[in-house]
Design a protein around this ligand. Structure first.
Ligand code: AMP
Ligand code: MN
Ligand code: MN
Ligand code: MN
Length: 277
């Protein structure tokens, strides 16, 4: 089986490594097929493609789109997309634009808690990035010594229901899948094990995802334990979805799983990368 990793982040979004450094790390870890999937942006793909050619590995053009479904945030990875396709490019640009206002509201919420300077601090964290997100806020809180690690920054301030969390509407499920398909890509439901849903809601989610043209699901994910991997393998077989392998690597020392460190797919699944290799 090919050594693949179809989900990771560079400093274009909330990863720590620049695209070329990320690609070199993946190649050093033995990855043969890599997808760069920055949040809501494709600006790192050109640099990544060049680095992949140099390293002799295959790069799949990707993106991770932020979605609001019912009242939850979901993530959808698009793989094999054409980054300049207008519907996709415009859709992503609109999401990125919304992120700046959200970041201002988050900074204001922190200021009300007596934590000043988040605006400047996160802008510094996100230097070079084209989006600003909660990971940058978590790094800011850590750098300031307000929380001892990133996880507690989420647990105490940034997770839903916590004081610096700001409700925000992202793209619609159907529209995001539409952009990915218009750009020639495959829509992959990212880390389904991360969504806290009842089994009825989970069925509704997969039914709708398939109905609007979703074709794949992350079965092996850095966010999944063994049981979730088994559960979503079953879901993939049930719906006839292609299966993906995804570290969701953000940076050395920050992510539980290194880029290229994931095991292969369980038996009886069709790998999504068969579309690209
Ligand atoms: P955003 O899209 O700005 O809401 O940020 C979402 C990102 O925050 C995810 O892609 C992760 O990188 C990170 N994140 C979300 N929840 C957690 C958590 N509990 N612990 C660590 N990182 C998290
Ligand atoms: Mn992230
Ligand atoms: Mn995600
Ligand atoms: Mn991700």
């Amino acid at each position: 089986m090919l050594h693949v990793d179809l989900h990771c982040h560079s400093s274009v979004s909330d990863g720590l490594l620049e695209p070329a450094a990320l690609v070199r790390r993946a190649a050093a870890n033995g990855v043969q097929v890599l997808a760069l999937t920055d949040h809501d942006d494709t600006a790192g793909l050109a640099e990544a493609r060049e680095a992949a050619a140099e390293a002799g590995i295959r790069l799949v053009d990707g993106v991770e789109v932020s979605i609001t479904w019912e009242d939850m945030t979901l993530h959808m990875v698009g793989l094999g997309i054409c980054p300049t396709q207008p519907e996709l490019a415009q859709g992503l640009a609109a999401i990125r634009a919304g992120r700046w206002g959200r970041a201002q509201r988050m900074s204001a919420a922190l200021a009300r808690l007596g934590i000043d300077g988040a605006q400047e601090g996160t802008a510094r964290q996100a230097r070079g990035a084209s989006i600003i997100g909660r990971t940058h806020f978590a790094r800011f809180l850590l750098e300031r010594g307000i929380t001892p690690d990133m996880q507690s920054a989420f647990d105490r301030y940034l997770a839903r229901g916590k004081p610096a969390y700001v409700e925000h509407r992202w793209a619609e499920l159907a529209e995001a899948v539409g952009w990915i398909r218009a750009a020639g890509g495959v829509a992959v439901l990212a880390h389904p094990g991360r969504y806290r849903v009842s089994s009825a809601m989970r069925k509704r989610l997969f039914d709708q995802f398939v109905a609007v043209g979703g074709e794949a699901v992350e079965v092996v994910s850095g966010a999944h334990g063994r049981n979730q991997q088994r559960d979503f393998a079953r879901v993939a077989r049930h719906y006839g979805l292609l299966a993906s392998v995804a570290s969701d690597f953000h940076g050395p020392g920050e992510s539980a799983r290194d880029v290229g460190s994931m095991p292969g797919l369980p038996d009886g699944l069709t790998p999504v990368w068969e579309r690209f290799v």
